[in-house]
Design a protein. Sequence first.
Length: 254
Amino acid sequence: MSLQTAFALGNEKDIVDLVFRKITGIPSILEIIVPINRLGWFVVATVYLLCISGLSAEEASSRKPVFTENFENGIDRWELVDPKSWAIEDHGKGKSMSIISRESEYKPKVRSPLHIALIKDLSVDDFEIVFQVKSTKNTGNHRDCCVIFNYQDPSHFYYVHLGAKPDPASGQIFIVNDEPRRPLTTNTKLVPWTDDWHTVKVVRTVADGSIAVYFDDMERPHLETKDTNFGKGRIGIGSFDDMDAFDDLKVFDK
């Protein structure tokens, strides 16, 4: 986990240990006795991140999510295109929203993801979304998860498809524009799915059309492209036809 990811997810222990490791070269603050408590190291971590990111203290303090979700209170804040294929489950991190069936009763007008969960009452143009995802069924090269964004209606939106093995229909950034999904990228990099939890981040800027997608490595994008067809719209998560669990989600309005 990168330091930026730990901050985005609010994991204080991970933040402290990551900064302590970078400054001292010692794997964990818990491995030695130091004359400073964990809160003190958290302050050091904050200062360190501001320095390497170039953010001012004012900018960092104003960076508050417009939406957070850990699913401990259910999924009432989500619109599911096929509610029967989703459920609240526990996959080792407390409650998570999970796709429980590869099949779906949802039949989109044009070929596009079958499992979509949209955040209710949230529409943004520029944004950053970060969350944890776990592939709950090993389908090999077919493992995937999707991030839906700038969603206008069921036939007009973008989505990221983090398919394990890329091809023109997998592992790309796609546009659905009143026709079957079309790739905007020609990615050839594998997505390193395992049975563990992974971190996904998508950053969108409408003015220049930029889309950047991160998988575990929060410093180097796994996918990048530009497109200006769609602006302000809804955000969602899901899968084309695979099974995943989602947790610790945050959306920032840029």
